[in-house]
Design a binder for this molecule. Structure first.
Ligand code: 5RP
Length: 227
């Protein structure tokens, strides 16, 4: 079975946690897309969905889901989203799809959050996947240097690199840039999270700590749940 099949199994299992009338946060990425498809297929009445990116909003709209915003529905019952890494205690790295700011806003507004992923995303220590850090474009090189200083304080030698695509710098839905920090191993995620937030110019980082209530991991024939 491919990683994509495992993502589909996890997305379909998560859709079973949604009940009619709920306000549901929709994550971003290929795994979250499987959830959105499975949710739409259930055709539950009275759902309102808050997407975490323009891409997810487009998909949800196409599938006939009713969309809302965090302004109109500030209390979300359940958010389901993917992750780049799932570490001990359901500590996560997110932001591979550059949606981490909206994702974190929606997760933090949610009574319950389920993270869904293929089996390869579960790791003993966070940090192999480069940590995404969203920064404002103004003075971003200065901010990048300050991020490097903080990483050095955490014994992380690799510099953070601004994310590029074929057509130039990657912009988030909010117009910001992403720096990716190849940390290798994040030994104290909570301290790193606090230190990154103190940098002027850093809007948010991809460490999602104490936010996930449940992980649903797709394996070849089944799903595993981790609490
Ligand atoms: C987007 C994210 C995604 O959830 C994360 O990158 C996982 O993506 P995928 O499900 O495609 O593997 O954080 O910002």
């Amino acid at each position: 079975m491919s990683a994509d099949d495992q993502k589909r199994l996890a997305g379909e299992a998560a859709a079973q946690h949604v009940e009619a009338g709920m306000i549901v946060g929709l994550g971003t990425g290929s795994t979250a897309a499987w959830f959105v498809k499975a949710l739409a297929a259930r055709n539950l009445s009275g759902l309102r969905c808050v997407p975490t990116s323009e891409k997810t909003a487009d998909l949800a709209r196409e599938l006939g889901l009713t969309l809302s915003t965090l302004e109109d529905t500030p209390r979300i019952d359940l958010t389901v989203d993917g992750a780049d890494e799932i570490g001990p205690g359901l500590a996560l790295i997110k932001g591979g799809g550059a949606a981490l700011l909206r994702e974190k806003l929606v997760w933090e507004a949610s009574a319950r959050c389920i993270v869904i992923a293929d089996a390869a995303k579960v790791v003993p220590v966070l940090g192999t996947f480069p940590l995404p850090i969203e920064v404002v474009a103004f003075g971003h090189k200065t901010t990048g240097n300050r991020i490097a200083d903080v990483l050095a304080d955490h014994d992380i030698a690799a510099p953070a690199r601004v994310r590029q695509a074929d057509r130039g710098l990657v912009r988030t839905d909010g117009g910001n840039l992403i720096y990716d920090a190849a940390c290798k191993a994040i030994t104290d995620p909570a301290r790193l999270a606090d230190d990154l937030k103190l940098i002027t110019g850093v809007v948010e980082h991809g460490l999602f700590l104490d936010l996930a209530d449940l992980a649903i991991i797709g394996h070849d024939d089944d799903v595993e749940t981790i609490t």
